[in-house]
Design a binder for this molecule. Sequence first.
Ligand code: NI
Length: 227
Amino acid sequence: MLRAIRLAALALVLLLGTVWGFAWFGRAPGESLADAFLRRVAGLTGLTGLDMPAPSAGGVQLAQGVSLGGPFTLVDHTGRTVTERDFAGRALLVYFGFTYCPDVCPTELGTIAAALDAMGQGADRVTPVFITVDPERDTPEAMADYVSRFHPRLVGLTGTADQIAQAARAYRVYYAKVRPRDSTDYLMDHSSFIYLVGPDGRVRSLFRPETSPEAIASATTAQLRAF
Ligand code: NI
């Protein structure tokens, strides 16, 4: 019995190690290891054919029982304290990043804006949301200036370090401060998924980095029909 448990544990460790290894070698340029790992795990659970929710074009499948999203308390770019209840009944496209991000965050926020443009009238039912993982520098004022560059309805959310940590945990977002050599400024390493959140505050679909605006638009339009 004990031997069986040991073998099972060993098999699990080997499996996760293998996935980690594949994630390491198979990650896309600019993709963090955490993203690549999450992507592999999502792919693996898809392959094993566990009870999967209805497919959504362009999104990474969430395995049944994996629940992302949930309650948060944050401060919007006008300085107002908001919770998930302020967004109840609306679909959200959520992205976590930081305003000092040199390339990935601006690209993905541009993608969200382009996806909303591609959706036409349906976009009125979707609120785009940018949540910072760098609350130290991303004050409400900094967020207000930043979000206005991407979309007139983009909501910027910041908060205390604890509030951000709680929101990031709910969405399984990885982030860490990194200090490049020869630089006095720090950067934030962070996972880079776009989340489609349903009117109940739960994540319905997530889009990996560099998903096209058209794919996000069509997946979001399809989900809106189901809401
Ligand atoms: Ni970034």
